[in-house]
Design a protein around this ligand. Structure first.
Ligand code: 5GP
Length: 210
């Protein structure tokens, strides 16, 4: 069940938000996390999106340091060994991880930080930082999810089937998240995500004054 960010349930979640206000936007690939997070950045000023490290190769148009920090496997191994990642996971055959330093620096400065990561990574961060707010982005249904992955054109049919299998497993955990946003209509879903972030940020802020 999606949670209305204006209800009392919501206030309970927000009251536990971290001083730096860390939001984890997760869900199956193809659910539209990337689109919604970009729209969130346009709509809510002062939100910083973490740029992940990955061992996958850049897709056409992707920019180093903007979309991802693209690393060879050995460098990714070195980062893990040096505890340089807040979380990491293997997703569809490639590794992805959140660079610890930039996230912690911004949280210490009291900024609003957003991670757009897969559910395995989301669970790791929630465990390490229980005050973080977990938002699950749910695709409206499987046909729609398949259509989106096909339309994106960046995966082979085998890769698409693999992503859909993972998505089925991931959908089962939506109920454990603080919020669920159904990405049926991008405009409405963006509004819900923005409401969650601004409501939690505001409540956190007034909580600090108490
Ligand atoms: P893509 O290859 O399509 O850019 O991303 C594949 C999946 O990896 C997406 O579900 C995306 O959210 C996830 N992902 C991106 N960055 C990270 C990260 O830093 N950590 C984890 N755990 N997953 C990530």
């Amino acid at each position: 069940m999606p949670v209305d960010p204006t209800t009392e349930d919501d206030a309970k979640v927000c009251r536990h938000a971290s001083p730096g206000r860390l939001f984890i936007v997760s869900g199956p690939s193809g659910a539209g996390k990337g689109t919604l997070v970009r729209a969130l950045l346009d709509r809510v000023p002062g939100v910083w999106l973490s740029v992940s490290a990955t061992t996958r190769s850049p897709r056409p148009g992707e920019v180093e340091g903007v979309d991802y920090v693209f690393l060879p496997a050995e460098e990714f191994d070195r980062l893990i060994a040096a505890d340089g990642l807040l979380e990491w996971a293997e997703v569809h055959g490639n590794r992805y991880g959140t660079l610890r330093d930039p996230v912690e620096e911004r949280l210490e400065r009291g900024e609003i930080v957003v991670l757009e990561i897969d559910p395995q990574g989301a669970a790791q961060v929630k465990e390490r930082m229980p005050e973080s707010v977990l938002v699950f982005i749910e695709p409206p249904n499987f046909d729609e999810l398949r259509n989106r992955l096909v339309k994106r054109g960046s995966e082979t049919p085998e890769q698409i089937e693999r992503r859909l299998r993972t998505a089925r497993e991931e959908l089962a955990i939506a109920g454990t998240y603080d919020y669920v946003v159904i990405n049926d209509d991008v405009e409405q879903a963006t509004e819900e995500l923005a409401a969650i972030v601004t409501t939690c940020a505001r409540q956190r802020h007034s909580g600090q004054k108490d």
